[in-house]
Design a protein around this ligand. Structure first.
Ligand code: NAD
Length: 328
């Protein structure tokens, strides 16, 4: 068996080599993400894996069909940028990695929230001006006196609930589905209650047409004026213009963002700051906003698991089996 593996970084290579040896499967690696320009390289291979961040057009699946390739194992959770129907039309089974390390993403959300709760960005700015004073506008609250509101408590929201609960915070959760195993950590409630009562609101739903801009002008007006919004899920869950207005008008206190709307145009790319979108520039200049470049997933465990789980799925499907990570 031979698998063609796109988008493999130097960091990931050892995990691929190890998997290849253990499973006795030949794996060809390249650094470039799968695209219509390089899909032809997979000719002669039995299966394919790629990171899955960049959307691919139907021509990729047309080529795979011609080459007799029946699967594509992507190595991230979100499949919002994949054309699942096009893949299906060409007999290509798509798998994602539904849970490579929910704790990695959960810990990033909590880290951002703690940074903002303790007003560290504001003090970093002051100290850069030689100002070591403090005042009542920046007084903080211990986390165990905070109410946390989680929107979506699946893999990552559930892991987030456990961390906040262990820190002694009260945790409210809104989700379309109920998970009894989370009862020790959360109180399930409706979205309005989460928005009205929470000091920290953390988003953990997938991006669907139904969740796009689920946090907009109306929702910001429902939040406490010192509320901290955390988005380590998908940028498009939040209406960015409404977020900027809410911050400017002091309708909320702060925002932590690991994901930004339209980040596909600069994700993983080194650009000149002046070439980044205006919304980003405005947010970045605010001391009560913390932006990270979509790195919540970036831990050793998550990288290893995403590679191994994707290759396991590729092998399973090539051998005619089924994967519970199939998304189309
Ligand atoms: P999941 O599928 O395990 O959980 C999502 C939860 O959201 C489910 O419980 C679902 O019932 C709930 N949900 C769906 N629609 C809802 C709605 N309209 N209202 C309320 N709840 C709703 O997903 P996950 O693995 O926990 O991933 C959560 C998010 O994190 C996704 O957006 C994913 O793309 C993102 N993510 C980000 C990173 C990163 O590096 N920043 C890494 C991995 C995943």
């Amino acid at each position: 068996m031979k698998i063609f593996c796109y988008a493999v970084s130097k960091l990931e290579e050892p995990y691929v080599l190890n998997w290849s040896k253990k499973n006795n499967v030949e794996v060809k690696m390249i650094e470039a993400e799968l695209s219509s320009e390089n899909a032809h390289l997979a000719k002669g291979y039995d299966g394919v894996s790629s990171e899955g961040i960049t959307p691919v057009d139907e021509s990729v699946y047309t080529e795979f069909e011609k080459f007799g390739i029946k699967q594509l194992a992507i190595r991230q959770v979100g499949v919002d940028n994949q054309d699942l129907e096009a893949a299906r039309r060409h007999g290509v089974t798509l798998t994602n990695v539904a849970a490579y390390s929910p704790r990695a993403i959960a810990e990033m959300g909590v880290t951002q929230a703690m940074y903002l709760l303790r007003k560290i960005g504001i003090y970093q700015d002051r100290m850069a001006q030689g100002d070591f004073t403090w005042d009542e506008s920046t007084i903080s609250t211990e986390i165990f006196h905070c109410t946390i509101g989680l929107v979506g408590v699946g893999h990552i929201g559930g892991a987030t609930a456990q961390i906040y609960s262990a820190l002694g915070a009260k945790v409210l959760a809104y989700d379309l589905a109920y998970d009894a195993s989370l009862e020790p950590y959360v109180t399930y409630t409706d979205l309005d209650t989460v928005l009205n009562q929470s000091d920290i609101i953390s988003l953990h739903t997938p991006l669907f047409p139904s969740t796009k801009n689920m946090i907009g002008e109306k929702q910001f007006k429902q939040m406490k004026s010192n509320a901290i919004l955390i988005n380590v899920a998908r940028g498009e869950l939040v209406d960015t213009k409404a977020l900027i207005d809410a911050l400017k008008n002091h309708e909320i206190g702060a925002a932590g963002l690991d994901t930004l709307a339209d980040e596909i145009n600069f994700f993983g790319i080194h650009k000149q700051p002046k070439d980044l979108p205006e919304d980003y520039q405005i947010l970045k200049a605010m001391p009560n906003v913390l932006i990270t470049p979509h790195i919540a997933f970036f831990t050793k465990l998550a990288i290893r698991n995403s590679m191994e789980i994707a290759l396991d799925d590729a092998k399973k499907i090539i051998e005619g089996g089924k994967s519970r990570n199939t998304v189309n």
